[in-house]
Design a protein around this ligand. Structure first.
Ligand code: NAP
Length: 309
């Protein structure tokens, strides 16, 4: 199942996110995921595992497990490379061993001090805060992203972690409209206005952290995941599915692409088995009532500055 983007390319509605996937386990996980049916992988320069993903993909193509044209690969430019878009994209392509990307995203709407192409460091200034680069505007970065489409290096370009105001601005200055806005959204952080705004303007919303980050975000950010929610547990029982499956299906029924991450084969299977049930209008309404406007992915904890304020 896929969503057609505003430029005519199709994007599978379930992807596998590879953040926090250990390099040495990637080949096994990606190969298993492809066998399960995943055709969409969400990467980023900042995840520091593009080379391992590239190795796994190369093997999958060479062994005939899957064809390049049948999979959708996303990666993202890091904050420190906003002024070096072409070099950063080429660096990711080289690591991923690909001729083109299906989707290239601006990872965050903030440029930080350049630390060398592809190094993706978040330099910290003398006050202990993220060293923000005030010389590169998001518009400049976007026009460089557009250039990548002209060069045939990427098929689609998009944004990530942009709110309504920044998305609106991007629509105003873009010649190539963003195909996607990848944002955190799950039952505890529904962002109905942003989702509606993007969809009204034909920007596909991808949910990062679609499970609320599970235990991983509890460990990293001290956040609370929706996977333990009693109402969601009730819905899971009703449909004889797991809470994760209910949450992913809820995302898909909002016309949102979901990219859950798991390093466990049985969960890769579980997260992909959502096409055999549907939530009712009442179920959807019930989940709507669970919104806590609660962000689980909190980069402010490492940057000492809240870019969402
Ligand atoms: N654009 C951005 O700024 C941004 C930010 C964050 C994430 N992302 C992307 O979104 C992807 C997903 O986000 P995420 O990994 O932070 O959060 P997530 O997918 O919401 O949750 C992942 C966590 O949930 C666990 N999990 C997975 N399937 C489960 C299941 N069926 N039942 C119970 N627990 C389950 C995982 O543990 P195990 O691995 O142990 O199964 C992990 O702890 C990332 O990999 C990345 O590609 C993008």
């Amino acid at each position: 199942m896929a969503i057609t983007l505003n430029n005519g390319f199709n994007m599978p509605v379930i992807g596998l996110g590879v953040w926090r996937m250990e390099g040495k386990s990637i080949k096994h996980l990606l190969t298993s995921a492809i066998k399960i049916g995943y055709r969409h992988f969400d990467c980023a320069a900042h995840y520091k595992n593009e080379a391992e993903v590239g190795e796994a993909l190369k093997e999958a193509f060479e062994t005939g497990l899957v064809k390049r044209e049948d999979i959708f690969i996303t990666t993202k430019i890091w904050n420190s490379d906003h002024g070096h878009v072409l070099e950063a994209c080429k660096d990711s392509l080289k690591k991923l061993q690909l001729e083109y990307l299906d989707l290239y995203l601006v990872h965050f709407p903030i440029a930080s001090n350049h630390t060398g192409v592809g190094t993706t460091r978040s330099a910290i200034n003398e006050e202990g805060m993220l060293d923000i680069d005030t010389t590169v505007s998001l518009e400049t970065t976007w026009h460089a992203m557009e250039e990548l489409v002209s060069l045939g290096l990427v098929r689609s370009i998009g944004i990530s972690n942009y709110n309504i105001l920044l998305t609106r601005d991007c629509l105003a200055y873009s010649k190539v409209k963003p195909a996607v806005n990848q944002i955190e959204t799950h039952p505890y952080f529904q962002r109905e206005s942003l989702v509606k705004f993007c969809q009204k303007h034909d920007i596909c919303v991808t949910a990062h952290t679609p499970l609320g980050g599970g235990v991983a975000n509890t460990d990293l950010f001290g956040s609370v995941s929706c996977l333990d929610d009693p109402v969601l547990k009730g819905l899971a029982e009703k449909h004889k599915k797991t809470v994760a499956q209910v949450v992913l299906q809820w995302g898909i029924q909002r016309n949102i692409v979901v990219i859950p991450k798991s390093s466990k084969i049985e969960r890769l299977q579980e997260n992909f088995q959502v096409f055999d049930f549907e939530l009712t209008k009442e179920d959807m309404e019930l989940i709507k009532s669970l919104d806590r406007k609660y962000r689980t992915n909190q980069p402010a904890k490492s940057w000492a500055i809240d870019i969402y304020e």
